[in-house]
Design a protein around this ligand. Sequence first.
Ligand code: BJW
Length: 269
Amino acid sequence: MTRIPVSLGPEVTRKMDVQSELGPVCDILLAAKSVCLLTGAGISAESGIPTFRGEEGLWKTYRAEQLATFQAFIQDPRLVWEWYDWRRGIIASKEPNAGHKVITEWEELFPYFNLITQNIDGLHQRAGSKNVIELHGNIWKHRCIDENTISENHDVPLKEIPPRCDKCGALLRPHVVWFGESLDGSILHKSFQLSSGCDVMFSIGTSAVVQPAASLPLNAAEAGAKVIEINPDPTPITGSADFSFRAKSGEFLPILDKELKRRTKQKKG
Ligand code: BJW
């Protein structure tokens, strides 16, 4: 395992030969047929969307079990919806960052490219990613708790809290996966298949503590893929990663992308 402390503040970047550190990663990527990415809240951090854990994390202010479980929702739907309404307001006011944008271009760069996200913010799609596998749902969708029907809703702020189903009047809930709830079976199955079948698996901006998502990079490693982590902090999967870059994704991905494209051009020319 190569741990590369690529800290990309201007001073450090000047001191380090980042290009040469990126060489082996570019070689692996350019030889890869299938590339898979798992993203977490950290990819949207530089857009100004709070992560869950860590210093500024959402769980510092609110206890997860108070807000991100079905029991909490049934006990106090207004409180839970107020939290989601607040978060929808933040997300709506932010833009995708340079990390999201690089990922959209990789859909074209690699022969087989799959993006799996734990994020519910929709920023990958807003950046232009076409095929996004959402493990934990989407904050811009509502689900009727009686009929399970799913509807899109982009109102900011919400017109009614808690919102109710137009058809049956039952409570609507955010179409997201809370603790103790199962992920969609077909989405999960597909994600594990993709992680087993890829040559390279990225783990970007996730603390890798929430299961089953956190098992995807480990599954890929067991199946023989090279695992590349991008995160300013170490995580439980760092030890299993082939490369672990201590960097912000919005800074690091454009550098990696530039080098990849430079080498691709060089190969062709
Ligand atoms: C940067 C950066 C920059 C910063 N660039 N990086 C033991 C007991 C009880 C339960 C369990 C247990 N073991 C496993 C479980 C089950 C549980 C679980 O995993 N719990 C763990 C916490 C222990 N999992 C579940 O319940 C799942 N369902 C399930 O397993 O069903 C079967 C089952 C049920 C019951 C028992 C056992 C099995 C469902 C999980 C659903 C997760 N839902 C949430 C909320 C979604 C809705 C919402 O947003 O409101 O999903 S929780 C939250 O965590 C959200 C995220 O998707 C998820 C992962 O977080 P993520 O993305 O990793 O964010 P952070 O904040 O943790 O990390 C950000 C990272 O970015 C950090 O590392 C930073 O360093 C980094 N970063 N800036 C790059 N610029």
